[in-house]
Design a protein around this ligand. Structure first.
Ligand code: ADP
Ligand code: NA
Length: 330
């Protein structure tokens, strides 16, 4: 296979994916399986950086896989697996823990955000080193590109630095990957706080669109999205972050260009835009939810997809790990 390789992961922590996860990442995963040798995983090792109930974690891991299939991942076209099924992630993660400076790890802004939310005393060392495990996740597959949202850019930079460091010290071993970030959807914003990214740890649940929530409830949230006191529907991130966010979501879900949408809503108020977007979202999410339920209702198929995925992932990961171990002197 000489197609370039991509790798990415998503946490099973929250149960439902949110609209930011889908538009910022998963949507690109689906597209890239056509052009790339694609590896996608549910990152359950990352999930335990914060406390998890075992039964819930197990259920959410399956739920994440079902949502990825429902979103359009095709196990014939990509490798879909669960991170903990491939022990090489933790093994190579240790190696990179030992190549990362403490100060360097301390500069990761996501840790600062997440640990602040947790309370500094409760944050684990695992939460602190999670970007380093992510480095191993990516480098194990010799990925050329990593499709993620904007919030992951710093971690991909760290991955590049560490790949170069290892290669420089021990000889050429790892592919140095690029972040694959689609500008238009790199950051989907909270519907109530359009200057903050949409996140599972949203300040108010009204700003967060979970794909598996009752569509009517999500439609209501869209209709009460925070905009501004003006009435003109125009894409302007600085002056009109709320409206711009709605236009981005609308444009991406329908494939209609933003200029076209601006024209369509000329002379109409925000209410019309929100009502239409709510309808667009419900139409898109309804079959997504149905497909998720279908995959969940067929555990044998789901297990077999994940078992095959793990087997394929392991064959690649084991080869890379063996090479790295040999170079290190193990
Ligand atoms: P979260 O960021 O909610 O904790 P994950 O860390 O599992 O979720 O992120 C999964 C993927 O979704 C990552 O590639 C991340 O960059 C992307 N993502 C998360 N939130 C957003 C958002 N608001 N806009 C765009 N992409 C996002
Ligand atoms: Na994230």
């Amino acid at each position: 296979l000489d197609r370039p390789r991509v790798l990415s992961g998503i946490q099973p922590t929250a149960g439902s994916f949110h609209l930011g996860n889908y538009l910022g990442a998963v949507r690109q995963w689906v597209a890239l399986q056509e052009s790339h040798d694609a590896f996608y995983m549910v990152v359950d090792l990352h999930a335990i950086t914060v406390p998890q109930d075992p039964a819930e974690l197990r259920a959410n891991t399956r739920l994440a896989a079902a949502q990825l299939l429902a979103a359009g991942l095709d196990p014939e076209r990509c490798t879909l697996f669960v991170q903990s099924h491939v022990p090489e992630h933790a093994q190579l993660g240790w190696v990179f823990n030992c190549l990362t400076g403490f100060g360097e790890a301390s500069r990761m802004t996501q840790f600062k955000d997440k640990s602040a939310k947790q309370g500094a005393d409760r944050a684990t060392v695992g939460l602190f080193t999670y970007p380093i495990l992510q480095v191993a996740d990516i480098l194990l597959y010799q990925a050329n590109a990593v499709p993620v949202g904007e919030d992951q850019r710093q971690h991909i930079e760290l991955t590049r630095d560490l790949a170069e460091r290892f290669n420089g010290r021990f000889g050429d071993t790892f592919t140095v990957p690029d972040a694959y970030i689609v500008k238009e959807t790199a950051k989907i914003y909270d519907l109530q706080e359009p200057l903050s990214k949409m996140s599972k740890s949203a300040a108010s649940p009204k700003g967060l669109i979970n794909l598996l929530d009752e569509p009517k409830a999500s439609a209501k949230k869209i209709k009460s999205a925070v905009t501004d006191t003006d009435t003109v529907i125009r894409y302007d991130e600085q002056e009109k972050p709320g409206v711009s966010n709605l236009l981005t979501i609308y444009s991406t879900l329908t494939g209609t260009g933003i200029p076209e949408l601006e024209q369509k809503y000329e002379g109409k108020g925000y209410g019309a835009l929100k009502t239409d977007l709510a309808e667009v979202f419900v139409e898109w999410v309804t079959p997504f939810r149905e497909r998720t339920q279908e995959y969940l209702g067929d555990p044998e198929t789901l297990d077999s997809v994940l078992a095959k995925g793990a087997e394929k992932a392991r064959s690649v990961a084991a080869e890379t790990l063996a090479k790295a171990y040999e170079r290190i002197g193990f």
